[in-house]
Design a protein around this ligand. Structure first.
Ligand SMILES: Nc1ncnc2c1ncn2[C@@H]1O[C@H](COP(=O)(O)OP(=O)(O)OP(=O)(O)O)[C@@H](O)[C@H]1O
Ligand SMILES: [Mg+2]
Length: 453
């Protein structure tokens, strides 16, 4: 029967094998004892060994050679070298080559017992920690998207669920909130993952170009149409078609698109054959479509057609707990891309990042970190390395009301003073009660910096 912890003893001396084997068995470990490196390698695949006790000096393959061999197939194996007084130097060398520890012969059974217990416990903790960290990462992740924000995690859940269906999804949210990332994640989580994900940016093309981009055209459909061209609807066969910036298409195209989506068939421009639509449609916009409908710029019927499942990605300033999390994420990503070893961001820099309003959301944050990592001279990104497009808490491209500026300024001062209300009130030149009232009025909350995972 396989015991909980398995130890493989390798020693050419029978008395060592017997005594050590006996003690370890008494301690409740599963033990095998063999007399050579060759035998040890043979036994290796038989069980999942937790620990090897290896004699340094053995005829044939010695302890160090065996260790090198074991590492080839079991790079994480814990190996303890056993040695006589005379060869402690070599044992130290063995440690440098990756042995976990060494025991000096003759052994004291109690010492051995205690040391092995410690190693096993410690190792189990490390393993559990690694496992927990991986689980945590999984929880806060949807493909390339990460977040610790409750609303975002609900969106990740919803995305996983709707991915399994073929429903149309409309993703709304400000620029840079991750709409395209989410669309790709939905595709990757769906049964269509092996078919193409085709993205059309509806904002960048004129009406007629977009039309032929979407539907394709026949040869001779218009001047310049010298050959037949397949549209994106056709290219996304069985896959996913992502209509980006859907809020920007003309009313005529809106009507065409609506008809096509309802009939699930389309014609190439200038063509007569009806082609079936087999792709799943995802659409995104950073416009407020409700407003566009009210203004007569967007067809309500197309809106309802697309909005079967509606996802609204919150802006970064409404999920500030994601700022340090994303910073870590981007630093790790750019370390790999740039071959750098930046360890993180200084406390002042984090504070500046936390107080920024992020009109460009996660994309802006990514760009700020990328720039900072290029200019950073140390292994830590400092406040000086960070250039924010607007002063922290200050206005962005839209004009702000006095109240918004007041709110941002109070938040900044509170955060600079670690939310010490008395000190902050002093800095602001108001009394504490007034500050308390303003905190309540503006619904200000202390931002906690999420622990690293
Ligand atoms: N939750 C997130 N986790 C990790 N990276 C993110 C996240 N959200 C956004 N990003 C980063 O921001 C970039 C921009 O995201 P994306 O292109 O999906 O935004 P968008 O909402 O489509 O913006 P736009 O409306 O301007 O097209 C991504 O490439 C990615 O680097
Ligand atoms: Mg986009």
């Amino acid at each position: 029967m396989e015991k909980e912890v398995n130890i493989l003893v390798v020693d050419d001396e029978e008395i060592v094998r017997d005594s050590l084997g006996g003690w370890l068995e008494e301690d409740g470990y599963g033990v095998e004892a063999v007399e050579s490196g060759k035998k040890a390698l043979e036994r290796l695949p038989e069980r999942s060994w937790d620990l090897m006790l290896v004699d340094l000096k053995m005829p044939g393959m010695d302890g160090i050679q065996l260790m090198d061999e074991v590492r080839k197939t079991h790079p994480d194996m814990l190996i303890i070298i056993m040695t006589a007084y005379a060869t402690v130097d070599t044992a130290v060398k063995a440690m440098k080559k990756g042995a976990y520890d060494y025991f000096v012969k003759p052994f004291n059974p109690d010492d051995i017992s205690l040391t092995i217990r410690k190693i096993v416990d410690h190792h189990r903790l490390v393993k559990e920690n690694l496992f927990l960290r991986k689980e945590l990462k999984k929880k806060y992740k949807l493909h390339d998207m990460i977040s610790k924000n409750e609303k975002m995690l609900e969106i990740f859940e919803l995305a996983r669920t709707v991915a399994k269906s073929g429903s149309t999804v409309l993703i709304q949210g400000e620029s840079g909130t991750g709409k395209e990332l989410l669309a790709r994640a939905i595709h990757d989580e769906s049964p269509r993952a092996d078919a193409p994900f085709i993205s059309v940016s509806c904002a960048s093309l004129t009406e007629s170009l977009l039309e032929s981009e979407l539907f394709g055209h026949e040869k001779g459909a218009f001047t310049g149409a010298t050959a037949i061209k397949r549209g994106k609807l056709e290219l996304a066969q069985d896959g996913t078609l992502f209509l980006d910036e859907i809020g920007d298409i003309s009313l005529k195209l809106q009507m065409d698109l609506l008809r096509v989506l309802e009939q699930k068939e389309f014609r190439r421009v200038g063509g007569t054959d009806l082609l079936p639509i087999t792709s799943r449609i995802l659409a995104a916009t950073n416009r407020d479509l409700q407003k566009a409908i009210d203004a007569g710029l967007f067809r309500a019927d197309l809106y309802y057609r697309l909005n079967v499942i509606s996802i609204h990605l919150p802006p970064l300033r409404e999920r500030r707990e994601d700022i340090p999390f994303l910073v870590d994420h981007f630093v790790g990503k750019f370390n790999i891309e740039m071959g750098k070893e930046i360890q993180g961001v200084s406390e002042e820099a984090v504070r500046a990042l936390m107080n920024h309003d992020w009109p460009g959301n996660a994309r802006e944050l990514r760009n700020v970190i990328e720039r900072a990592m290029v200019v950073a001279k140390e292994h830590i990104i400092t406040e000086a390395d960070i250039s924010l497009s607007v002063p922290p808490g200050g206005g962005n491209h839209r004009t702000k009301s006095l109240e918004e500026i007041e709110k941002a300024h109070i938040r900044l001062v509170l955060s600079e003073n670690q939310w010490n209300v008395a000190r902050s009130a002093q800095v602001l030149g108001i009394d504490r009660v007034t500050l308390y009232n303003k905190i309540r009025k503006f619904d200000l909350k202390r931002e906690t910096i999420a622990p690293k995972t």
